[in-house]
Design a protein around this ligand. Structure first.
Ligand code: SF4
Length: 108
């Protein structure tokens, strides 16, 4: 089994609440708001310069994080503040994450 997928499964066994976080990121990635897209792009720019970045998973061919095993094209849409396992998203999340928390259906 691919090492990245093994990491995801062992992480879910240790912390089943992550299932909701991961599912939410996948849903957000399918139809992001403009602020969510901007935050994801900023996170992506950090990931591609990170030593833990892997461009192609053996089985699925998608980019993933070698530290947590997560698929990065989905993880970057996480609604959790600074979800990066090494805390590398903190600076961009401090700048952009708050705007993703606004309800897009309000006028304020
Ligand atoms: S999520 Fe964090 S540790 Fe993983 S590749 Fe991105 S910046 Fe690196």
């Amino acid at each position: 089994m691919d090492l990245g997928i093994k990491k995801i499964i062992s992480g879910l066994v240790k912390d089943p609440s992550k299932v909701i976080t991961i599912a939410d990121a996948w849903i957000t990635a399918s139809n992001p708001t403009k602020p969510q897209k901007e935050l994801a792009e900023a996170r992506w720019n950090i990931c591609i310069q990170c030593p833990e970045f892997r461009a192609k998973r053996d089985i699925t061919g998608d980019p993933y994080c070698n530290d947590c095993g997560c698929p990065l094209q989905k993880k970057i849409f996480s609604k959790t503040f600074n979800e990066c396992p090494l805390g590398k998203w903190r600076e961009v999340d401090e700048a952009l994450w708050p705007s993703t928390q606004k309800n897009k259906k309000t006028i304020l």
